[in-house]
Design a protein around this ligand. Structure first.
Ligand code: NAP
Ligand code: MG
Length: 491
């Protein structure tokens, strides 16, 4: 019997499924008109008397006014943390663990509220904040709570001492998750904290402050001072801050390193990246396409470890690009609160302008741009999923961190060439390898200067696994057993 021939369809002209709007309810969320600083276990009005607005980047509406901490406010916060350190550092570790477990449980209990506020304040799709950011933040507290009374097994036969007050400054791309990465290991090791959230996304940190009250955490163990870069600089520079933990751009990381040089502070820096996601010709292409999409369009590409440079073996460049373009056409861009949305709003106007400028440079330097046709909402900050082909290693879009949904595609012929191109960057945070061969994964992982190498997957996170960079991506590790060490003096 002859088999009927299937009609061929041109996939690029297919329209994606249409879905009814499925917005997440927001009526259970209360956002206050204005937020004070959280110092010594209480919400206190700022000495500066200044406030700034945090907006919803999907609507451009102001969500709340937030306090801007000045030098006096930061000093109060550090003093409160230093006071609390005396008893917190001597507390029975089992009891310390119980407080941290409680924080984790309360994050879980308030998960839906936290997810909605994270999405409203930062523009990320609700399915991400609901399924990734908030569960991982809770998991981080849960994991480090487990370490609090087992530190002598983490570093056996050594004397361990907490450092004192940790000054922690975090970015806007994963606000509550970055808070968890910083606060959980600091508390587990007996330190106290002054945290400065990012200017555009302070709200989940304020909810976390409420959670600290709910958990009856001793006053001053966690303090939250909101403000702009200047406030961050005051936290970092305060003489009683013994440990500085910073996540953000390489540019600011360099400023901070200069600021603390010679002042006896411990420092960890988690900075930018320009990761290579490398697809070999023997890779399962459909899975690789999913991994590439996840690698660069997840969280609008506002991801330090985003796979922003796609390196494809030349023999499969055409079929892979064809599949990738089809997949791009099915990404739903729009209302971050809609449960079907894949790509939400760009976090701020400033970030949108930065992305637009870099994309413009790519076009000017001669790369070829592709964007699927998709409608963007009239208000808010948006950018279409974008990919560039014909990219040279010298192009700015191949060298600089764009921190947006923009992929630069390059090709290679041999594994040696792939390694050389992957390492041809000032950064070294992460990389991805797609191949059928286990031996090749190991061969590549050994040669790439990247803190994390994902194999046949991308953007996977787990609190037990250390994360951090080489070269201009910073130093120090967060997560896992390694994440305890930056908060301990080991004799
Ligand atoms: P950023 O401009 O460096 O800001 C990060 C934080 O530092 C914010 O809270 C910021 O306050 C504050 N800040 C600014 N200037 C400061 C100064 N002179 N002293 C002390 N603090 C200062 O970075 P971003 O644009 O928010 O975040 C994006 C960057 O973070 C990207 O480069 C990304 O790769 C990196 N990142 C790295 C990791 C990692 O684990 N390696 C994770 C996530 C993000 P304002 O908010 O007021 O500016
Ligand atoms: Mg905001």
């Amino acid at each position: 019997m002859a088999l009927a021939k299937r009609p061929t369809t041109d996939l690029t002209t297919q329209t994606p499924f249409q879905y009814e709007a499925a917005p997440e309810a927001v009526d259970h969320v209360r956002i206050a008109g204005s937020y004070d600083l959280f110092i010594g276990g209480r919400f206190v009005a700022p000495h500066s008397r200044k406030r700034f607005a945090t907006v919803n980047p999907a609507t451009e509406e102001t969500l709340a006014q937030v306090a801007e901490a000045d030098e006096v406010d930061v000093d109060h916060a550090v003093k409160a943390a230093a006071n609390a350190f005396r008893s917190w550092s001597r507390l029975d570790p089992g009891r310390r663990a119980r407080y941290i477990f409680r924080l984790s449980r309360l994050i879980q209990e308030r998960a839906r509220e936290l997810a909605v506020v994270e999405t409203m304040d930062g523009g990320k799709p609700i399915k991400e904040s609901r399924d990734v950011d908030i569960p991982l933040a809770a998991a981080h507290f849960f994991y480090y709570a487990g370490w609090a009374d087992k530190l002598e097994w983490a570093v056996p036969n050594r004397r361990l001492r907490p450092l004192g007050v940790a000054g922690q400054v975090i970015p806007w791309n994963f606000p509550l998750l970055m808070l968890a990465w910083k606060v959980a290991p600091a508390l587990a090791t007996g330190n106290t904290v002054v945290l400065k959230p990012a200017e555009t996304t302070p709200l989940t940190a304020m909810l976390f402050a409420e959670i600290c009250q709910q958990a009856e955490l001793p006053p001053g163990v966690v303090n939250v001072v909101t403000g702009a870069g200047q406030t961050g600089s005051m936290v970092v520079g305060h003489p009683e801050v013994r440990k500085v933990a910073f996540t953000g751009s390489t540019e600011v990381g360099k400023l901070i390193r200069r600021q603390v040089a010679g002042r006896g502070k411990r420092l960890t820096l988690e900075l930018g990246g320009k990761a290579a996601n490398i697809v070999f010709e023997d890779a399962p292409l459909d899975q690789a396409v999913e991994g590439v999409v996840n690698g660069i369009y997840f969280n609008q590409g506002h991801v330090c470890c985003a796979g922003s440079r796609l390196l494809v073996q030349e023999s499969i460049l055409e079929p892979l690009l064809q599949k990738l373009k089809v997949r791009l056409g099915t990404l739903r861009v729009g209302d971050p609160l809609d449960k079907n949305t894949d790509v939400g709003a760009i976090n701020s106007k400033q970030q949108l302008e930065k992305i637009e400028g870099l994309v413009e440079s790519g076009i000017e330097e001669g790369a070829e741009v592709y964007q699927p046709p998709c409608e963007l909402p009239a208000r808010g900050y948006w950018f279409r999923p974008t990919l560039f082909t014909g990219v040279a290693q010298s192009h700015r879009i191949a060298r600089e961190e764009i921190f947006g949904p923009v992929l630069s595609v390059l090709s290679f012929r041999t594994p040696e060439e792939a390694v050389e191109k992957a390492n041809n960057t000032p950064y070294g945070l992460s990389a991805g390898v797609w191949t059928d061969k286990g031996s090749r994964i190991l061969w590549m992982a050994e040669r790439m200067r990247a803190g994390v190498v994902w194999a046949n997957t991308y953007n996977r996170f787990d609190p037990t696994s250390p994360f951090g960079g080489y070269k201009e991506s910073g130093f120090g590790r967060e997560g896992g057993l390694h994440g305890l060490l930056p908060y301990l003096d080991v004799d």
